[in-house]
Design a protein around this ligand. Structure first.
Ligand code: ATP
Ligand code: MG
Ligand code: MG
Ligand code: MG
Length: 439
């Protein structure tokens, strides 16, 4: 992408409304724009990051055996009345009446819709286990939307729903998602800690929140320091093996971790001082096993091997992609801007041409741009005639892992500079060496 032809509305000033660093940098770098309270447009730079986050989520969901579909954002109230949640959900649900006076709503979650799909098609235990997911907009009329897309009213969620014949099967499904989540957050450059959680309006009796430690987090959390060093399950972990899933689950639940609602001070305080970690955290994912809470009222049954009808056991599993983007920024930035992990960087390399219009500089910059683009990299070429200082500030702000700086003095010697955004280290090298460095 050539910056001269891109749409990158950078803000020079710090927006007054932004209270936390991720919100500030997302506005300043032109990733998002508020449309109305808690409702955002994802501008091109932000859209790139969101797409990469979703791609990783999707890969790990698919790897675990979950199957993608796409349910609507608008739902009829009927199913919610049937499940008994229509009144119970309260004011967070945006209720709408259509022109035929039918009660509709903008889905805050999808247990009812998916259970209806399930009961319409699945009749036999032979079709189980089944896990269906989608990545779709949700709306919750949050009483206090804030921190940009961290807590917005319209937000994206990956929500998966598992169906099993037995509780035992459902627990295996739960552990599969648990494992997929550990891998997902790790690939996003985050250390997310699974903490026993309250189940809230979703209901149920087994639940973990995946929490990222950050000073600006809204939850108060307590956990063992060992979580920092636990190994992430490998790519080839066997999701079909109940034993392998149990091993992962056992390891990652072997030491203390709880949010404030579930906190047991007596147990936590008994840990040696050096092993205790009490901090603020951001909830980026939440998984639930809730048995027959929805399958019972909605009558989702299958025929078992015994020839009898069985109400299916269900779980639901959420991740918030539009919250993850600011969460990654909270975890990885400095005073100059964002430091993207490569896996989700909107651009992996930014080529800064310090003297656009100079034939020698243009030649080298174009050559780099072509080589990296052909190699399949996401590269931004700053070919504008801004002054060098402004270009450096923009490159740091939008936070690509590498910058290649092309200036007249270096080019005269056949050299360019490579800057590592994370360490700030700058090194002069040949064009070939620079290409190898950022490869
Ligand atoms: P919170 O406690 O932050 O209000 P929640 O517990 O209500 O979140 P869940 O119903 O567990 O949320 O939804 C699953 C995931 O969706 C959350 O873990 C979070 O990542 C994301 N999410 C929920 N509400 C929002 C929101 N208002 N804005 C952005 N993401 C959200
Ligand atoms: Mg909430
Ligand atoms: Mg919560
Ligand atoms: Mg939750």
């Amino acid at each position: 992408m050539r910056l001269s032809r891109y749409f990158l509305p950078i803000l020079k000033e710090n927006p007054k409304e932004a209270e936390i660093v991720s919100h500030r940098f997302m506005l300043r770098s032109g990733m998002v724009r508020q449309n109305s309270q808690g409702i955002y447009t994802w501008l091109p730079l932000g859209k790139r990051v969101l797409d990469k986050v979703n791609a990783i989520i999707r890969e790990e969901q698919n790897r675990s055996g979950a199957i993608e579909l796409l349910m609507p954002t608008m739902q009829s109230a009927d199913l919610w009345i049937e499940s008994g949640r229509y009144e119970a959900y309260g004011k967070e649900m945006l209720r709408i009446t259509d022109r035929q006076e039918r009660a509709m709503l903008f889905g805050p979650t999808n247990e009812e819709v998916i259970t209806d799909i399930f009961r319409s098609y699945v009749r036999s235990y032979k079709q189980l286990p089944l896990n269906l997911y989608h990545i779709q907009w949700k709306f919750r009329d949050e009483i206090r939307p804030r921190f940009g897309t961290m807590r917005s009213r319209e937000f994206m969620m990956k929500d998966a729903y598992s169906f099993d014949l037995t509780r035992e099967g459902a627990e295996h499904s739960y552990k599969k998602m648990f494992t997929a989540y550990l891998r997902t957050f790790d690939r996003l450059g985050l250390r997310a800690i699974p903490m026993r959680a309250d189940t809230g309006p979703i209901g149920g009796d087994l639940s973990h929140e995946f929490i990222i430690l950050a000073e600006t987090g809204e939850s108060e959390v307590f956990c063992h320091r060992d979580f920092v060093n636990f190994d992430i399950p490998p790519e080839d972990v066997d999701f079909d093996s109940a034993e392998a899933m149990q091993d992962v689950f056992a390891k990652w639940t072997s030491v203390y971790a709880a949010t404030d609602e579930m906190h047991d001070a007596a147990v936590f305080d008994a840990l040696p001082e050096g092993e205790r970690l009490s901090a603020r955290g951001i909830e980026v994912g939440h998984i639930f096993y809730f048995g027959t809470k929805y399958s019972e009222p909605l009558n989702a049954k299958v025929q078992g091997p015994d020839g009898k009808e069985h109400t299916v056991h269900m779980g639901s599993y959420g991740i918030g992609p539009t919250r993850l983007v600011p969460a990654i920024i909270e975890a990885s930035h400095d005073e100059n801007g964002i430091i993207w992990p490569r896996s989700v960087a909107p651009f992996e390399t930014i080529i800064v041409n310090m003297k656009a219009g100079d034939a020698a500089c243009d030649g080298v910059a174009e050559r780099l741009y072509e080589a990296l683009t052909n190699a399949g990299q996401d590269v931004l070429y700053d070919d504008t005639d801004e002054r060098a200082g402004a270009k450096f500030a923009t490159a740091d702000l939008i936070g690509a892992p590498f910058q290649i700086i092309v200036g007249p003095r270096g080019v005269a010697n056949g050299e360019v500079e490579v800057k590592d955004r994370k360490t700030g280290a700058r090194e002069t090298m040949t064009v070939e060496a620079a290409l190898a460095r950022v490869a």
